[in-house]
Write a protein that binds this ligand. Structure first.
Ligand code: SF4
Length: 209
């Protein structure tokens, strides 16, 4: 059984340890003084958990809330601690009762921006992410331009199914309902742009760096 605390240096090494399969059980702990942000850590962690599953290693993650590892809830072990807090926005999360929260010192350092309560409205599909990434790159675009860009090598692996303008319109409409995109009308039809202050836009921006 191996216990690893997550820092920039250990995150690099973790993949190697897992590939060498030098243990059967692994506990990954996010410590109070980690030099990583939870977004950065969890981005890589989901791949590492997948590798553990593949190599039949029992893996458990501590001190990382569910909203940072959506889809990996069963690998998270809740550890209560008086130094952890749950910000006010967490009250709308369906895991509010079960979740032990985040280190208070972490919130003081990074703020609450990365936290996305699990309610459904903060989740995005591949197509929605694709549209956000395109608009982050080009600023604004018509429906036709988005359709062309999603077929370009840069975005084709993100887009799941948009094949015609109706698909882009539907994705845009869902993002509008979430307050993520704005729509105006121009000579070539709808023009889409981003609400850059929206939490999901900031989140996708942090994923792509
Ligand atoms: S939103 Fe709050 S309560 Fe929900 S999983 Fe994240 S930290 Fe926990």
């Amino acid at each position: 059984m191996k216990k690893i605390e997550l820092y920039k240096s250990s995150l690099e090494l973790l993949g190697k340890f897992i590939r060498n399969r030098s243990f059967n059980k692994l506990t990954i702990v996010f410590p109070k003084d980690s030099d990583l942000s939870l977004s950065k850590a969890s981005e890589r962690l989901s791949e590492l958990i997948d590798e553990c599953i593949l190599r039949n290693i029992d893996v458990v993650v501590e001190n990382i809330p569910y909203c940072f590892l959506v889809g990996y809830k069963r690998y998270i072990k809740e550890v209560k601690n008086d130094e952890k807090v749950k910000p006010k926005k967490c009250k709308e999360c369906k895991y509010y009762e079960k979740c032990s929260g985040l280190w208070k010192s972490y919130i003081e350092k990074y703020g609450e921006g990365e936290i996305s309560p699990i309610t459904g409205k903060y989740l995005i599909t591949d197509n929605e992410r694709c549209m956000i990434e395109i608009l982050l790159k080009v600023g604004k675009a018509t429906t036709k331009q988005i359709l062309e860009l999603k077929n370009s090598p840069e975005f084709k692996d993100i887009c799941a199914h948009c094949v015609e303008s109706d698909d882009v319109m539907l994705t845009g409409k869902k993002l509008m309902e979430k307050g993520v995109v704005l729509r105006s009308f121009g000579p070539e039809g709808y023009i889409w742009s981003l609400n850059k202050e929206h939490f999901l836009v900031k989140k996708v921006q942090s994923w792509i760096g």
